[in-house]
Design a binder for this molecule. Structure first.
Ligand SMILES: [Zn+2]
Length: 298
């Protein structure tokens, strides 16, 4: 199963993850957690792939987006020796709630959790950027599929690939699109900025942190009338977060797009609930268990 996942997401070929190769040391080193001893050699090099190797036989795969305590608790409780936890992030991220508190950003997972998982013979595999850029099975591909959209282009590119998709949808207004997104992502509300429109046929999609002004400008130049992402705002409660929030508010009056955030966590969980669940069941013949978060906005 490890080999099949590495091949599907081209984990080795694509090289170190651009985000987590910085964030994993950046979050664990200051708290003195010896992550280099806790995680598998391949993970320490690539920051994607098998993090913790448990017993060989996998009977069930648990699917989650972030290693929150709620998720790890459920995995430890329900998982049997050899079971696998598959996630998008190796670190929890708290991005803040548009109608609640601001978030803490990346949060370290107490080393005790990883030790307990190892003791129980459980495995953990995470896949970040390779899953965002994958053409057909991934965080962005799952959103295109759920909206029954037709992909026509891309934007927001780095050396690994494109994090944004441009796609055509049947014509609808902003409120109809928001209602559909609330249903797809099972969220109580969206975050919204920009203009409400009647004529949306082309949308831009970025799972996770799409709160990048340059990416929004590029999407609008490519004809997008709505921009659908996890976060349209950085609400991390520090100077960096406040500066990013202000940058976005300076940009907002200049755009004619509808900017819609569905929460970082829910935007990246969708693929687990749809494409990954199907993939594990069909390709590996294993049962899957979804570990949803009780709050997507946090
Ligand atoms: Zn993310």
């Amino acid at each position: 199963m490890e080999r099949a996942l590495n091949e599907l997401f081209r984990v080795k070929e694509l090289g170190p993850d651009p985000g987590f190769s910085r964030f994993v040391p950046g979050v664990y080193d200051p708290v003195g957690f010896d992550w280099k001893s806790a995680f598998e050699p391949g993970f320490k090099r690539l920051f994607n792939g098998l993090m913790i190797r448990g017993a060989d036989r996998v009977s069930r795969v648990f699917l989650a987006v972030f290693p929150t305590e709620e998720v790890l608790e459920a995995f430890l409780e329900e998982g049997k020796t050899g079971d696998l936890l598959f996630m998008h992030h190796p670190l929890t991220m708290e991005c803040g709630d548009p109608y609640g508190d601001w978030g803490k950003g990346f949060v370290p997972v107490d080393g005790e959790w990883w030790a307990r998982i190892r003791e129980k013979g459980l495995s953990v595999y995470t896949c970040h950027a390779p899953m965002d850029i994958h053409p057909t099975i991934g965080t962005n591909a799952a959103i295109v599929e759920a909206l029954e959209a037709r992909e026509t282009g891309s934007f927001f590119q780095d050396r690994m690939g494109a994090y944004g998709r441009i796609a055509e949808i049947e014509q609808m207004d902003t409120d109809t699109l928001i209602a559909r997104l609330k249903r797809i992502f099972a969220i109580p509300y969206v975050d919204f900025e920009g203009k409400k429109r009647r004529d949306i046929t082309r949308i831009a999609i970025v799972a996770g942190c799409g709160d990048v002004v340059a990416a929004m400008k590029e999407a609008e130049e490519k004809g997008a009338q709505a921009y659908v992402t996890g976060e349209i705002h950085c609400r991390v409660d520090n100077d960096y977060g406040r500066r990013r929030f202000r940058e976005m508010m300076d940009y907002v009056p200049t755009t004619s797009m509808s900017l819609i955030g569905v929460s970082h966590a829910a935007s990246e969980f969708l693929v687990m609930n749809t494409q990954m669940r199907r993939w594990f069941e069909r390709e590996c013949g294993v049962a899957t268990v979804l570990l949803e978060q009780s709050h997507w906005w946090r």
